[in-house]
Design a binder for this molecule. Structure first.
Ligand code: URA
Length: 443
């Protein structure tokens, strides 16, 4: 194993020196960043996992300047291939590409109705998505509950589907920012996920490498989000918007509240069913509100700021695009979704107005029922999850159903109930629902 190397500018770089620089609060040089990210991505043993873990923890504790974040992001992009959708055409005319990314939350199924809704206006939506880990759900896990649907789509097939249908939701190929793939897996097991430089560079390296023309970010804060405070989420949003714009991607962000789960379901097939309700013109108010707000931003970024996306939910065009998108990836949009053979009900133990519904507790409960995985690669239960029967602002009486729990493995009910034990706060007074969208961040 080589522990040191010479780089351009004749700067002598070695891994321990890079770690010490950051540990002591220094700024990493461009050459140090390029060297350490490149060597780690190549997995040839030049930078060991324990060394990168130490560096990641130093970054969590010491932070990074905007220059360092931009360079780290670029180094991750350069570790793989860049996609290019500039050649997409429909009816002989170039198609504009717009993507959306959410920083992750509980009950966050927005991508499912959003991608076909925006695509129904003739915009190409290449949505490379991930799987869930821990308490947050993953878009691919949700869609895989549709019989026949497959997440793997090659680049040529992706381009053809974008030209024909307008939207693709699929897994990112292994050559898209491979440095992030390794780093993310390491961060997940070393307590180094919640760091603005690491979150921003991880998300933006993939989005920039994906080659989208415009990007709308849904940056969440609150108990069910990676970052708990609105101030930290604002800083993350500002950092990501600056990174995107500097790379030539029209980027903007909404700050959204993730203290309370989105909608009335958390769990894969349950969330698909709720998304289909939204596409049919119904669905929970908060899911519709956020879908429409993000659709307006995406359409505006694509130069279609004068259309009202509510029209294509009401008119059925978004549903038609959804059905075509699911079919194009082998899925049957008419097939019944899997249903759990076992259910259990959690009831209110007193009267009052619901003043809080903790997103983290609901996410953990759904995960314990089998909706999420504890280690990468584990199978999830498509049918597992939680249906919520009341949201903050609703009046409940002792004995009213608060949650229905669904699973294939009823021995999980005890742990899921424990997670939900203090999920609900009841008060006496009327409670106004907190605003879902608290700000918009642009350059
Ligand atoms: N999603 C990502 O892509 N990266 C992170 O670091 C967290 C969420």
């Amino acid at each position: 194993m080589s522990s040191s190397d010479t780089d351009t500018d004749a700067e002598i770089i070695d891994t321990i020196g890079v770690i010490r620089t950051k540990r002591d609060g220094g700024e990493l040089s461009d050459a140090q960043i390029d060297w350490v990210v490149d060597r780690y991505a190549r997995a040839a043993g030049h930078v060991a996992d324990e060394q990168m873990s130490a560096l990641l923890m130093a970054i969590v504790l010491r932070g990074m300047t905007r220059r360092e974040i931009a360079r780290w992001t670029q180094a991750m992009i350069d570790s793989g291939r860049r996609m290019d959708f500039s050649g997409l055409r429909r009816d002989g005319r170039p198609m504009i590409t717009v993507d959306k990314h959410s920083t992750g939350g509980v009950g966050d199924k927005i991508t499912l109705p959003l991608a076909p809704l925006v695509a129904s206006y003739g915009v190409a939506v290449p949505q490379l998505s991930g799987r869930g880990l821990g308490h947050t759900g993953g878009t691919l896990d949700k869609l895989e509950s549709i019989p026949g649907w497959r997440a793997e789509v090659g680049p040529d097939e992706m381009a053809a589907q974008l030209e024909k249908v307008g939207a693709v939701i699929c897994a990112a190929g292994g050559d898209l920012a491979p440095a992030d793939r390794r780093l993310y897996a390491l961060r997940d097991v070393t307590g180094t996920v919640e760091s603005i430089p690491l979150l921003a560079s991880s998300i933006m390296s993939k989005k920039i490498a994906e080659g989208t023309g415009a990007l709308v970010l849904d940056v969440k804060f609150g108990s069910g989000a990676f970052l708990k405070s609105e101030a930290e989420s604002r800083e993350l949003a500002e950092t990501m918007v600056a990174l995107g714009e500097a790379a030539g991607v029209r980027t903007r962000a909404l700050l959204t509240d993730m203290n309370v789960p989105l909608g009335l379901t958390a769990g894969n097939a349950l969330e698909v069913a709720e998304s289909v309700e939204v596409l049919a013109g119904g669905g929970p108010e908060d899911v519709v509100e956020l879908t429409l707000a993000l659709a307006r931003e995406m359409l505006d970024a694509a130069g279609l700021g004068d259309v009202d996306p509510a029209d294509h939910l009401a008119g059925g065009q978004a549903m038609d695009t959804w059905r075509a998108m699911i079919r194009a990836q082998g899925g049957d949009p008419d097939a019944p979704l899997p249903r759990a053979p076992h259910s259990d009900t959690v009831v209110a133990d007193g009267d009052g107005v619901m003043v809080g519904l903790d997103a983290m507790a609901v996410g953990l409960g759904a995960w314990r029922l089998g909706a999420g995985r504890a280690v990468p690669g584990e199978a999830v239960q498509a049918e597992a999850g939680i249906t919520m029967h009341a949201k903050p602002g609703d009046r409940v009486r002792a004995g009213d159903a608060l949650f229905t729990l669904h699973t294939r493995t009823p021995e999980r009910f005890v742990a899921a109930r424990a997670a939900l034990a203090s999920a609900v706060s009841l008060g006496d007074a009327r409670c106004e629902r907190a605003p879902l969208i608290t700000d918009r961040v642009t350059v």
